[in-house]
Design a binder for this molecule. Structure first.
Ligand SMILES: [Cu+2]
Length: 365
């Protein structure tokens, strides 16, 4: 779907509280887009001035994103679970987090700056991880200039839903969401302010992982223990969280770049090292706006898949590609134990997404 020029201009102006520099960045790419077609990323042509064709590596960016300036690194984000602060109240475990929303400029591809809205200064927001049955308390403060919410996928009362009228937080205000961690699985949270697609697309989302409590699953205890962060069984696994997303850098309601954890080609520039002898578990979440589906394809191998992560036995076995609509997510389990060491690709199997950034490698050692 395309917007006419005036609609796009309005969206651009609504996009963020920008200074003159930010505005020229916004308006610049939007104008350039008029001449370069659907996927002009800015002042360049075709797939953008920053994409190059290199016979050894195919499509990828020239230059690198300054992760230090951004304040987050896609490699660190693969494993930096935010387990919050744990305490005991009336005999039960309470887990608490503090999350702050902010307006923030993020370098989304080399030289391409995006006026984002963030949770705790990063996109995706912190990967919140807890255990089934705990009491969760999330204190959400809105330091942004727009109203935001945190809407969790999970089980909770209506007044904790994080939508207009229930946990809707004006700039300068705060709200504490409180509910039980249920059901176990691979979930997500996102802002549910309107217009919804703009709030999600601006960067307001993150993974929300609820580990199964082995005590509650006596018949599948071993599987539950392997999923429980901090258990000896879990320590044998190499676990990664991957949020599939995209960015509409010129505000025409189409994505110009695609990625896992925001930065296009991050895991091709620097592959994800995995030890051949240890199994791999990926918590995969799709929040890509504007496109109806995204997908994950693993080269030279097959995996078991747990849709939504809400079961302890796979919902799909021995597949090498899965697709997810927006908001869908799941857990992948696989091993390279029988493979020779080397670089193994994984990427979206929509070729367009792969060429625009959703291309990655594991380095099996
Ligand atoms: Cu929002």
């Amino acid at each position: 779907m395309r917007f006419d020029r005036s609609r796009r201009t309005i969206l651009g102006l609504l996009a963020a509280p920008l200074g003159a520099a930010g505005l020229s960045r916004l308006v610049g790419p939007a104008r350039a887009q008029e001449h370069t077609g659907h996927h002009g990323m800015g002042a360049g042509s075709g797939h953008g001035a920053h994409a190059a064709h290199d016979p050894d590596h195919g499509n990828r960016m020239v230059g690198s994103v300054d992760h230090v300036r951004n304040g987050f690194d896609p490699h660190a984000m693969l494993t930096d679970w935010d387990v919050g602060k744990i305490s005991r109240e009336n005999g039960r475990t309470v887990r608490e987090w503090e999350v702050i929303a902010a307006d923030q400029e993020v370098e989304i591809a080399p030289g391409i700056f995006f006026p984002a809205w963030t949770y705790n200064g990063r996109i995706p927001g912190p990967a919140l991880r807890c255990t089934e049955g705990e009491r969760l308390r999330i204190r959400f403060a809105n330091g942004s200039s727009h109203p935001h919410t945190m809407h969790f996928h999970g089980i909770h009362p209506a007044r904790m839903d994080g939508i207009p009228g229930a946990g809707f937080v004006q700039p300068g205000d705060s709200f504490t969401y409180e509910f039980e961690a249920l059901p176990f699985g691979c979930h997500l949270y996102h802002c549910h302010s309107l217009p919804l697609k703009r709030h999600i697309h601006k960067g307001m989302y993150g993974a929300f992982i609820v580990d199964p409590d082995p005590e509650r699953h006596p018949l599948e205890r071993q599987a539950a223990e392997s999923r429980l962060l901090g258990s000896p069984e879990n320590a044998g696994w190499q676990e990664f969280v991957m949020v599939m997303n995209g960015f509409d850098t010129n505000f025409d309601d189409e994505n110009e770049v695609y990625a896992v954890n925001s930065i296009p080609f991050a895991y091709t520039e620097r592959p994800i090292r995995i030890e051949r002898s240890r199994p791999v578990r990926v918590y995969l979440v799709n929040v890509t706006e504007f496109d109806p589906i995204n997908s994950f394809h693993l080269h030279a191998n097959f995996f078991d898949y747990y849709d939504h992560g809400t079961t302890l036995t796979p919902t799909l076995r021995t597949v090498d590609t899965i697709m997810q609509c927006q908001g869908q997510r799941g857990i992948l389990e696989f091993t390279f134990a029988e493979h020779e060491p080397g670089l193994y690709m994984f990427h979206a199997h929509q070729s367009e997404f792969a060429e625009l950034g959703w291309m990655s490698h594991f380095e099996v050692v």
